[in-house]
Design a binder for this molecule. Structure first.
Ligand SMILES: CC(C)(COP(=O)(O)OP(=O)(O)OC[C@H]1O[C@@H](n2cnc3c(N)ncnc32)[C@H](O)[C@@H]1OP(=O)(O)O)[C@@H](O)C(=O)NCCC(=O)NCCS
Length: 182
């Protein structure tokens, strides 16, 4: 294991094979994907999981698997995603790190995303990262709440690329946090 971050209730770590099926199920759940344009196939989730783990092993940073400390149940992921200069987004600030989270619905509303995200911010600071952004659909109130609870500020609004002009998820928001001042 190359990453092991503990909080009061969570362990953030790199991924293992036992995470695959719950990850696939989570990404095929319509409630979880409500603010995304699509559900993910089991094949796509498998590719994504391996990619996330490769990135963590290479950079010691990434989207970390999250488990409940008390039971070792896999709950989802929280971490940092590096958005390179050449990406589908047009932001002038690229490249930058985005902080992100996705948890199984059974555990929502208990402050776990906030708890894990705070640990990720502290870890990012230790790694010398000076700023992070977060992106989500305008209507994703719980994700925006997490951003606000970890001290991020609404930065701007943007249109999600490659979605039709009238798609209900077209409008997105971006949040920002400077990590040098806290
Ligand atoms: C976003 C997500 C990770 C939040 O996880 P969580 O563990 O429930 O988050 P927390 O409990 O730390 O905080 C959620 C906050 O949103 C609030 N909230 C939940 N639903 C809400 C709603 N419909 N409107 C307003 N606030 C809402 C909660 O009350 C809580 O705030 P509080 O602590 O002040 O009460 C989880 O909902 C999720 O995985 N969603 C699906 C994937 C997703 O959308 N990821 C983000 C994509 S950018």
């Amino acid at each position: 294991m190359t990453i092991y971050i503990e909080t009061d209730r969570l362990i953030l770590r790199d991924w293992n094979e036992d995470d695959l099926l719950p990850f696939q199920r989570m990404n095929a759940n319509t409630q979880v994907r409500r603010y995304f344009p699509d559900l993910l196939s089991y094949r796509k989730s498998e590719v994504d999981m391996r990619l996330m783990n490769d990135i963590i092993h290479k950079h010691q940073l990434g989207l970390f698997a999250v488990e409940l400390k008390e039971t070792n149940e896999w709950l989802g992921f929280i971490g940092l995603n590096y958005l390179p200069k050449e990406s589908k987004y047009q932001f002038k600030e690229l490249p930058f790190y985005e902080i992100g989270w996705r948890l199984i619905p059974e555990v929502w509303g208990n402050g776990l995303a906030t708890e894990g995200a705070e640990a990720v911010l502290a870890y990012a600071q230790e790694q010398g990262i000076t700023e992070v952004y977060a992106l989500t659909a305008e209507g994703n109130a719980s994700s925006r709440k997490v951003m606000e609870k970890i001290g991020m500020s609404h930065y701007d609004d943007f249109e999600y690329p490659n979605l039709g002009k009238y798609h209900p998820l077209k409008r997105h928001v971006r949040y920002y946090k400077d990590l040098t001042s806290s």
